[in-house]
Design a protein around this ligand. Sequence first.
Ligand SMILES: [Zn+2]
Ligand SMILES: [Zn+2]
Length: 382
Amino acid sequence: MADLISPESPFKEEVQRFIEESGIGEKSDEILGPFSDISKQVAEAIWDAFLPGSPFSSLSWELLTFTLIVATGFWFFRKGRGAKDASGRERPTKSLLQYLLPEDIYTHQSARVDIGLYLLDRGMMPIWFALSLGTIAPFFEQNTIGALQRTFGASPGVDPTIPWRLFYGLVSILIVDMIFYWTHYMMHKTQIGWALHKVHHSAQVLTPLTRPREHFIVGPLWALGPAIGLAISGGIFAWVFDGNITQITILNVGVFSVLYALNGNFRHYHISFRYPRWLELWLQSPGMHHTHHSYLEKHWDTNLGLVTSIWDRMMGTIYIADKYEETPWGLAPKDQAEYTTLRDNLVTPFREIIRILGKKPKIYPAGIGPDLSSQKSRDVIG
Ligand SMILES: [Zn+2]
Ligand SMILES: [Zn+2]
């Protein structure tokens, strides 16, 4: 059994403990081979999302360079159009350097706050990981396999042909997409969720470091959902393929990681990357996330999806913007005033949560921005 666990698996100890304590039985011994690989893959996906270093991380030099190459292609192809300035308005540019790395965006206070939040989040991640993710993902995977065995008996031993592999990849992506949508929906539609998620939305400019910009107590929530999703789909297909899943997982999730990381970089980059309208009705283009970050009321709580637009369409939260529609980034002015500096973004969520739990109404300081009492419409659940 121990041989089947990858020595690099960060879950090695947890896996071994589960195997010993759970008493799942000899049958699962045959299937648990891929367990460690899936755990490893989940660990890598989480690591990739938060840490540079892996070639598939959206913050690796490889992918950042690839992002710049694609953006340079846009510059030639669109004759300098399609880039936005710090206020989220389209700005025709004359030089390639200004198109790719505009000074007003990369010297903006918001871009500096991105760095501070990122470093904090990165520092906290190993702690969260050790406390929860390291045990929860294997737990879900093991129990999925166990439940299938109890309900349907032994694995059907399906031969993992290419169509089956693609199907497995598709199921995994769709599960992650669904979990992401609903996590994101709750972040926007609950008062406490929004108090925390405002940290992400207080970014007044979008840079690749805006992607992991979150309050450090929210980072693990974003990682946990997809980790559970991947663990469940991994468990299902480990049972279907009788454990013969290792290579497929790496292949599919690897490809997905690259696409997701590139997509993720353009989601938080001032250069708009849109798909044709018919395709955006099915898949989230990176540019659709520009609208999501806009503080204009018509854009609030729209385009919450990650990979597909299916959930946004079902829930009526999809918004297909015009080609050069302005998307001024950040929070509505009154909220922005409380979420601007690094300290604001760390402290205000706690203050807000205490206020919400004490059921005190929100009182904005006088004279800041227009009256935005309709902001309440964002907090619908309670
Ligand atoms: Zn959001
Ligand atoms: Zn975002």
